[in-house]
Structure formats: C-alpha cells, structure tokens
Design a protein around this ligand. Structure first.
Ligand SMILES: *[C@@H]1O[C@H](CO)[C@@H](O)[C@H](O)[C@H]1NC(C)=O
Length: 303
C-alpha cells in the first residue's frame, strides 16, 4: 500500500489499514514470550518466586513495548521511497487536521486512536496549548491599547477551550467512534469537565484588563445550567455573556451560527479584539475578530 492510498479517502470512513499482515506479524512476534515463562518455571535451579517475578515483569514490559513498537514499526515505503511508521502517519494526520487540510472527518482513523489519545494526555499537548495562549498574552500586551469605554470584547469557545472533554473521549475510543450527541450531553450534564489550566489563567488576565468576555458555544440552550455550574466549579466567573444554541440555530452550520453571534455583538458596538477556540468552525466566517487563536484538538470535527 502506498502513502497516497493511505491518505486519500478524505472522510476516513474506511477500514483500518493496519488489519494487515504487518500488524499480525508484530503481534505474533511477541506471542512466544509465554513459552519462555513456562521454560523458566520448569527450571529447577531457579527459585519459583524469582521465576514468577521474571515472567510477570516480562509480560508487563511486553505490553508496553508492543504498544510503542506498533507505533514505531517501519511500515511502508511511500511513493517517494520514504520509509514511514504508524507514528509518522498519525502525526501527519494530526497536524493536517490542525492545518485544516483534513476536514469533515467523522471520527479519528482507527489506526490512530491510540496515538491521538496519547497526544491529548501528553505534556506536548499542554505545551502546544500553552504556546498558543502565550501568543494571546503577547498580543494583548503589545498590539493595542484599550479605550476603556466598556466596548472592548473577547470571545471564547467553551468545549476544549475553557473546559476539557478529554476524559469523555478517553472512554469513547479517543475520538474513534462517530460523535454521539446523546452520550456527549450525558457527560455535559455530569458537570465534570476539568478546566484547561492555562486558558483559565488567560481568562482571568483578560478579565483583569476590563475586557468583556463572551462565551459562544456550540452547546444547546438546554445545557445552560450544567454549563454554568461546570464553569463555576472549575474557577471561571465574571463573563459578560454565555451564548448557547437556540432551536432555531440548529439548522445552521456551526460556522454560520457563531459568525452571526459575533455580528450581533458588533452591532451592539463591541470591538472583538480576539477569539480562542479549538474548532475551525469557531474561527472562520465573517465578521471575524481582529485576531483568532486556535487550540489543538484532533478528537472531533464540528462542521
Ligand atoms: C448514543 O449514546 C446513547 C446514550 O449513552 C446510547 O444509548 C446509544 O446507543 C448511543 N448510540 C449509538 C449509535 O451508539
């Protein structure tokens, strides 16, 4: 299989490429280990406890190593003769989601769910997010001076911007399942989403400057109480408006709905200096704020 063939179907509604003989080979490579164990256990000279300990260690290491070996295993030569690993492929998938080259995916490709899950719980994800937010701070301190007339505004997304849904996706195949609105809303109603730490700091910094904060969320109006409770619980307070989707907004795309809400704010005389979200649909569309900042999120795509 070529690299191009791997990438081509844009929606990724395709069977896994890794159900092939390569993956089976990697798995069988490790399957002889139980035989080593039984051999060790039959050795009279070695204490039984020591043998058991060794076997147990081998099995533990084996599962961890197998996991990473699958990601690091050389898999294909692509059209240019480049040897790539599953990790290369999945990182390319992730970065191209961020670049908005890959759009409208319904779920994370099956072979990349482990990789995406690891990334979303990694230090790298935190550092990537932090750097995006530091750019907001630099912009806030260097680029403009506030007029102080109470019309300066900033817009935040809620999901995976103020609140993290990583714990939800962790138990839903790291985005490897088609988005289920019913079960997602069950999670929202539990009010258990943690804050993204660094967004909370930035939120307070912006609030401290006297800029009015508006939250424009793709969540429905029926989730208002749950959303407010959850935001308060993890430390957010003092926003100026929380805009949620009405029934009538449901027939619009997320991009249309969010752009219309920004337009309404601007009609009221607000100058939207900046905006932070984790979805392209939050950041695109007119009118646009002076600056937009995107946080990494390859768990789902909101069209
Ligand atoms: C979606 O989630 C609900 C609630 O957890 C569940 O009952 C339903 O079967 C799920 N639907 C699909 C298609 O998985």
């Amino acid at each position: 299989m070529t690299y191009r063939q791997m990438i081509s179907p844009p929606t990724h509604v395709k069977p896994s490429h890794f159900n092939d003989s390569k993956l089976t080979a990697i798995k069988t490579h490790y399957s002889f280990l139980p035989f080593i164990c039984s051999f060790l256990l039959r050795k009279k000279k070695m204490g039984r406890d020591l043998a058991l300990f060794l076997c147990f260690s081998i099995l533990l290491v084996r599962s961890a190593v197998a996991d990473w070996n699958i990601l690091n295993q050389r898999i294909w030569k692509n059209n240019n003769g480049l040897k790539i690993t599953l990790k290369n492929y999945c990182e390319a998938w992730r970065i191209n989601v961020e670049l908005h080259n890959i759009r409208n995916f319904e779920f994370v490709p099956e072979e990349c769910t482990d990789y995406i899950g690891k990334y979303m719980s990694s230090t790298q994800y935190k550092v990537d997010s932090e750097m995006a937010l530091e750019e907001c701070t630099i912009y806030l301190s260097n680029t403009f001076t506030l007029t102080g007339d109470g019309q300066d505004a900033w817009v935040f997304d809620v999901d995976d911007t103020l609140l993290s849904n990583v714990p939800y996706f962790k138990i839903h195949s790291n985005g490897g399942e088609k988005f289920n609105i019913t079960s997602f809303e069950e999670w929202v109603r539990k009010r258990k989403a943690p804050a993204l730490e660094h967004t909370l700091n930035l939120f307070n910094e912006i609030k401290g400057k006297g800029i009015k904060i508006f939250l424009i969320s793709s969540r429905g109006e029926h989730l208002r109480d749950a959303t407010i409770d959850n935001l308060f619980k993890v430390g957010y307070s003092g926003w100026h408006g929380l805009i949620l989707r009405s029934d009538e907004d449901n027939c619009k795309t997320m991009q249309q709905y969010k752009a219309e809400q920004r337009k309404l704010l601007m009609t009221k005389g607000y100058r939207i200096w900046g905006m932070i979200g984790s979805q392209w649909s939050s950041l695109l569309g007119l009118p646009s704020p002076r600056r937009t900042f995107k946080l990494p999120n390859s768990l789902y795509y909101e069209p």
